[in-house]
Design a protein around this ligand. Structure first.
Ligand SMILES: [Zn+2]
Length: 416
């Protein structure tokens, strides 16, 4: 049992404990359906039970803790985040949201208080996609949007996903994985607390912030095809250097993003062929990642970049190949829930700031089924996906109180 004042400390300690369950010695790596995930689910089960919840693990390995409503037949409000991690991860990306949710339920339980809606705290089995390179396995299985083809994927050791699920104690039966746990009408919404993973709140000296939307994303492969040649014999004026074209484009990406508010655009991979010190680059393939919380702005940015890539390749006499790999629409957070979250923050005496999430979250998948809201917690230096990930106990305490206040505001809105 934890007392009110100790909630934040308990959350910090629990994140430390979960951080020790890893598949790799000396660093935190917790892939989907691993032994480390089993240890985490067992440990979190005990904490959920202590907070007055009944606990079950679903077909794909998501952990679900349920705290009943005041009256039977009420709707369910969802809280949660993911319990898996990237390779060499930090302790807070994912688990912090689950631990804060449990802390809020535990406080209700201590007061013997039940709300007009049930609460389910969800610990998702896979968000990061480390083991099978497919993100959101957990939330997809819960919302009926699981892609069955994923079952045939194999991990680095050749283990098919279906086998991994079975070994974990789950059920790879298509019906089990594709049946949503709830219908839209059963739910009152979903709220996820997560570290910001960016430096904005720290720069503004704010402990928490409200997410306005989860940004949409375009992933594009751009190829400049020039002409390879001898680095000593082909004069500069006669070259068709693919890397020079690509370099010009990389800087054009940065310039465009600087001039379009809210746009973030990144070239993160560059492959130069043939890739020898004495050969003029003949072909360069690069990755382009463009994000914005407004889909029309993102699409416009991509169109302009494609035009610029064409202009650069024309001027340099190289060919261009532009291939859209993947596109994800922006997911706006619910005005109804966001307003309550904002009210909770203001009532607690903190200034309000809303910001888009540049990273994807389980909330985006849950939005297919119900209204979503997200609360960001400041993290040091904006660092995440890194063992240096860090949050303060003070900020965690504020996040717990904001979420608790939010649940009470939602209760009075939902009536009785
Ligand atoms: Zn995360």
């Amino acid at each position: 049992m934890i007392t009110e004042d100790a909630s934040a400390r308990t959350v910090m300690q629990r994140c430390d404990i979960l951080g020790s369950y890893s598949e790799e010695p000396g660093r935190l790596t917790r892939p989907f359906a691993s032994k480390a995930m089993r240890q985490v689910n067992e440990t979190v089960t005990v904490w959920m039970q202590a907070a007055g919840m009944t606990v079950q693990q679903d077909a794909i390995g998501n952990l679900i803790g349920r705290y009943e409503a005041r009256l039977a037949g009420a709707k369910t409000f969802l809280l949660g985040s993911h319990l898996d991690s990237v390779r060499d991860a930090g302790k807070y990306d994912g688990p912090l949201g689950v631990m804060i949710a449990i802390a809020c339920v535990e406080r209700l339980h201590q007061r013997q208080e039940h709300l007009p809606f049930a609460i389910e705290v969800l610990g998702f089995a896979d968000e990061e996609g480390l083991r099978y390179s497919t993100a959101y396995l957990g939330s997809r299985a819960m919302t009926g949007t699981f892609d069955l083809e994923a079952l045939n994927l194999t991990d680095a050791e050749g283990i098919p996903m279906a086998e991994a699920i079975r070994n974990f104690g789950g059920n790879p039966d298509p019906r089990a994985l594709q049946t949503p746990r709830w219908h839209h009408d059963d739910l009152a919404g979903y709220c996820e607390v997560h570290i910001e993973q960016g430096p904005v709140l720290e720069a503004l000296k704010l402990p928490v912030g409200i997410v306005s939307a989860i940004a949409g994303q375009s992933r594009i492969t751009v190829r400049f095809i020039g002409e390879a040649g001898h680095a000593g014999t082909v004069p500069i004026s006669l070259r068709h250097d693919a890397l020079c074209a690509a370099s010009e484009f990389v800087l054009a990406v940065e310039t465009l993003a600087r001039n379009m508010p809210g746009v973030v655009a990144t070239v993160g991979q560059l492959t130069v062929q043939p890739g020898a010190s004495n050969v003029i680059p003949g072909q360069v393939t690069l990755s382009l990642d463009v994000r914005h919380q407004d889909d029309t702005v993102r699409e416009q940015a991509c169109r302009r970049l494609e035009e610029q890539a064409h202009a650069i390749s024309q001027a340099r006499g190289v060919l261009l190949n532009w291939q859209l790999l993947h596109e994800q629409h922006a997911v706006p957070c619910s005005p109804r829930l966001t307003k309550l979250l904002a009210k909770a923050i203001v009532e607690m005496g903190y200034p309000l700031h809303s910001l888009p999430s540049g990273a994807g979250h389980d909330a985006a998948v849950l939005s297919k089924l119900t209204d979503i809201a997200m609360l960001f917690v400041r993290c040091r230096g904006g660092i995440s996906h890194n063992p240096a990930e860090s949050v303060t106990e003070e900020d965690v305490e504020i996040a717990i109180k904001v979420l608790e206040r939010f649940l009470l505001l939602l209760s009075s809105e939902e009536g009785n």
